[in-house]
Design a protein around this ligand. Structure first.
Ligand code: KIV
Length: 271
């Protein structure tokens, strides 16, 4: 999958499925599930590294995790999902040269084929313009932008008419400046549908209703693994409880020297 293939999916009206991955295990699961795009989101700061926000994760850490994600993919390169990596906080806010160096490193030292960054302030637009001209595909991100948590909080965004018109203008500006797709997070569903109609690039929603061209979810949220579930992302399975119960069973069997009570298709006989 290439960035431009996503636009073809939008044109065909084929919904786009984007899942996050943070290591080779999560990548293999998301690939086996058939995701079109794997996003190594900076949410890995919270999901995998135990931070309270996305701000502390570094470029080196994002690269380390992206390389692990790439190693988890098993299909032939042409059949693999598109791999996109978030540019972490402060890797693109300090000028275009530093942004090109950061994004270029991700593409040079991993098989990521695009980067995602947040916002559409004039400085960010200048960065996007430069990255795109340097051959680096960029996915935009508007609405709730977690790197601005200290300014915006984790609240739903663009709830009044003025901020809605501003968001539509920003989305148009991202498209004009070469973004190949746009993530819209935690905004009213009607607004997301208006953006979807206004743009030719695909709009990928999370907490933005069903009217987008695709959906993105943090895989750990879908699997019920994160301690705190975002209000707009329902778990499909209570993975945390399921795994804790399985491990409790193993701990108890180990302490009591009892053999496993049930087999599973993946259990191996004791040597
Ligand atoms: O970091 C992330 O996982 C994201 C998604 C929620 C879109 O940006």
């Amino acid at each position: 999958m290439r960035p431009s293939d996503l636009t073809s999916l939008k044109q065909k009206g084929q919904p786009i499925a984007v899942l996050t991955a943070w290591d080779s295990l999560s990548a293999a699961l998301a690939e086996a599930a058939g995701a079109d795009v794997l996003l190594v989101g900076d949410s890995l700061a919270m999901v995998a590294l135990g931070h309270a926000t996305t701000l502390p994760v570094t470029l080196d850490q994002m690269l380390h995790h992206t390389q692990a994600v790439a190693r988890g993919l098993t299909s032939m390169p042409a059949d693999q999902p598109l791999l996109v990596c978030d540019l972490p906080f402060l890797s693109y806010q300090c000028g275009e040269d530093r942004a090109v160096a950061a994004a270029g490193r991700l593409l040079k030292e991993s098989s990521a084929a695009g980067v995602k960054l947040e916002g559409a302030e004039p400085e960010v637009i200048a960065v996007i313009d430069r990255l795109v001209r340097m051959g680096i595909p960029v996915m935009g991100h508007l609405g709730l932008t977690p790197q601005a948590v200290h300014r915006l909080g984790y609240r739903r965004q663009a709830t009044d008419a003025i901020s809605q018109e501003r968001l539509i203008d920003q989305a148009r500006s991202l498209e004009r400046n070469g973004c190949f797709s746009l993530v819209l997070e935690h905004v009213p569903a009607k607004l997301a549908s208006r953006v979807q109609q206004a743009l030719t690039i695909p709009v990928i929603g999370i907490g933005a209703g069903d009217g987008c061209d695709g959906q993105v979810r943090v895989t750990a949220d879908l699997l019920g693994l994160t301690p705190k579930q975002p209000p707009f992302s329902q778990a499909l399975v209570d993975g945390r409880q399921l795994f804790i119960e399985a491990l409790k069973g193993w701990v108890s069997q180990t302490r009591n020297h009892t053999p496993p009570t049930t087999g599973s298709p993946r259990s191996t006989p004791d040597c």
